[in-house]
Design a protein around this ligand. Structure first.
Ligand SMILES: *Cc1c(COP(=O)(O)O)cnc(C)c1O
Length: 357
């Protein structure tokens, strides 16, 4: 028997609530946030926040923050839209550009929220398995005639970077709008923003949740042609960013860039050290351009459980195409990585008898 109400939309029968099974654990390396903490001026801004900032409404569309974000990515404020996390940009943009039943095509594996946002907006999601070289299968994606084509670079969970050639062809040949999710672009140093400044069908989606250490504030943004981002802004609606988020985001962009750059460099260094440590153990991690490492490990779900039993969480994926079971490990300070490696050695010994991959 269904507990669905008579007036509920049939569409929502199939929409799941997102549950990455993130139960509290001593050392959580599952969500790719900044494990070094909060940028210092952003933190001071929070502690000194005027009460009046909270009693009144925030700005309508975060105009000041748009200016600062535009300067950061090399765009202009008329080409920028902010949202309550990049999740909100993705959701609002799907609502803005999808007619009921429109096709959203996405390369897989990728961000788990994409099919859910498509369903939430009454759109039809088509997932296309990536190629063995971890590039999207653009022929198959374009054959689906998507109104919205979703790509992610560096991709979550593989860490692979979209080639410039694939990006440019996607934008040239897609029948609708192309989304490029750049949640981890700061760690790769590569971005499609310059292309978004020149074409009218590309929306680049970024966030302050990962490199900037501000995931709890929910600050996402999109960059694209002025008329494109204005429609996302209409769909998003006013007052989506809290005044606390706007002030702290501004403080970080104005005063904490040295901190951000230094910690991006540390994340890249420790990511490479972690990959090397895994290779020493006989594993073959995928080449990552983000702040995590994705490594094929036999029985990853069981290994994930055994890690949890030791107080450490990494994100397991079952049977990823071309690579099989994997673990995705967020990178933080080296002491955290060492603690992970210790738990990993014990967990893989328990589950796989110490045999690699
Ligand atoms: C974390 C993540 C997001 C969500 O970021 P928010 O800005 O916190 O909503 C979007 N896309 C990808 C690929 C992510 O990994």
């Amino acid at each position: 028997m269904s507990d669905r109400l008579a007036f509920a939309r049939a569409l929502y029968d199939a929409v799941p609530l997102y549950d990455p099974k993130r139960t509290p654990v001593d050392l959580d390396l599952t969500d790719n946030t900044n494990l070094w903490g909060l940028p210092p001026t952003a933190e001071r801004t929070l502690r000194e926040m005027a009460v009046a900032k909270v009693t009144r409404y925030p700005s309508l569309y975060a105009a000041e923050l748009k200016e600062a974000l535009a300067a950061f990515v090399g765009a202009t404020a008329d080409r920028l839209v902010t949202g309550c996390g990049s999740d909100d940009i993705l959701d609002s943009a799907m609502r803005a550009f999808g007619e009921p039943g429109s096709v959203v095509a996405g390369s897989e594996p990728s961000f788990a929220m994409i099919p859910i946002f498509a369903q939430m907006n009454g759109l039809q999601y088509v997932g296309i398995t990536e190629r063995a070289d971890h590039q999207p299968d653009l022929d198959a994606l374009l054959a689906a005639k998507p109104r919205i084509l979703y790509l992610c670079s560096p991709n979550n969970p593989t860490g692979a970077l979209l080639t410039r050639e694939t990006l440019e062809r996607a934008v040239r040949e897609a029948p609708g709008v192309v989304f490029v999710d750049e949640a981890y672009a700061e760690f790769s140093g590569v971005s499609a923003v310059d292309l978004a400044m020149r074409v009218d069908n590309l929306l680049v989606i970024r966030t302050m949740s990962k490199a900037f250490g501000l995931a709890g504030l929910r600050i996402g943004y999109g960059i694209g042609a002025p008329s494109l981002v204005r429609d996302v802004e209409k769909s998003r609606g006013p007052y989506k960013l809290s005044s606390v988020a706007e002030q702290m985001g501004l403080a970080a962009l104005r005063h904490d860039m040295d901190w951000v750059h230094a910690h991006v460099a540390l994340a890249v260094e420790n990511r490479n050290r972690l990959a090397a440590a895994l290779r020493t153990r006989g594993y073959t991690p995928l080449e990552s351009h983000a702040n995590y490492v994705c490594v094929p490990v036999a029985n990853a779900l069981e290994v994930g459980q055994a890690l949890r039993a030791r107080g450490v969480a990494a994100r397991p994926f079952a049977a990823l195409p071309h690579v099989g079971d994997t673990l995705r490990i967020s990178v933080g300070p080296w002491e955290m990585v060492e603690r992970f490696l210790e738990a990993f050695d014990a967990a893989t010994m328990d589950v796989n008898g110490g045999t690699a991959a």
